[in-house]
Design a protein around this ligand. Sequence first.
Ligand SMILES: [Zn+2]
Ligand SMILES: [Zn+2]
Length: 374
Amino acid sequence: MTTKAYTKPKPAKTKSGRQPEKWFRIFLWIVSFIFAGFLIGLGSKVVADLPMFTTNETTIEDFVADHSAYKKLQSERDDAENQKLGIDHEWEQKNHELITQQDTYANARESFDNWLATRSVTEQSDQNPEVIKRTGELDTLKAQESKLKHELEAIEKRQLDRRHTIENIENQISMMEADAMNDYNKYLNRTEFTVFMYRLVITLPLLILAWFLFRRYRHTNAWPFVWGFGFFATFVFFVELVPYLPNYGGYVRYGVGIIMTVFIGKYAIGAMNAYLERKRAEEALSSSERQSQMDYDEAHAKIARSICPSCERTLDFGNTDLDFCPHCGIHLFEHCSNCQTRKSAFNHYCFKCGLATKDLTSQMFDPAVASTKN
Ligand SMILES: [Zn+2]
Ligand SMILES: [Zn+2]
């Protein structure tokens, strides 16, 4: 099997088994988040202070053909509305008067009926002057009531009239606005696009820089800052750029979504293939070559998670007969050449007798030699 010459991957931010290093790493992640937080704060301040991000006050009014006629209609409508408010007030007062009048009449009527009932039925009531007087008073009250009713009706007519006037003016206004709508929408789209382009011009270099730093420097000692900058760029992308994408009826948003998904998917597929390729190339090497290239702490960390340090498949490390990985053939356990204790082939020293195993690598990691020895 011919594969590309295996190259050792760039030294990652090595994970060692040393306890303090764990805490240093956690602390550095916190540093990375804090760094991102300050960058985000600074970025929002810069954006807020940029003149082109101030909200503008343009409305559809600025696009009507005859601006003075439009203004005149608006003030006419305001006048009519004010008049209508006055009439409404008048109506309420008059209505209140009418209700009071109706109560007064009802009370008078009731007291008259009671008075009539207490009188002797035999008495002639028609010609009785007292009866005539009281009936006359009731008639006057009734006449006042109907006068109030007429007045109220007159007010209602004026109300209706104002309402028609307002409707009429509003129709004219909306017709003028409908004519202006096209230009107004064009203006909105143009503004939306300009604002987005400004934002793109400012954020794109940041995003490209973040991408470049992430690809090149995330495995270096500066990784907390690279990640912090990456968080910042992600925030900028989703908060300062994506919401301002011109909409164009949803086309752009869905389009960008599709492009991004394809982009991320392609990257993931590429990463997976690169990983498999690397592993295949690695497995083509001899056990000792692989072992010498492997990171000491990383190998131990993988063994602790029951994973083969070379092919990264799960293994049963509880099995005391497990000396070689059945999948890739790497040497996992061996017997010390001095005291014969079974020990991890990745250890630098025998844990029983303290023999350094480094010088013996070629002999120990060759399965053929190992099998003849036992
Ligand atoms: Zn393996
Ligand atoms: Zn030993």
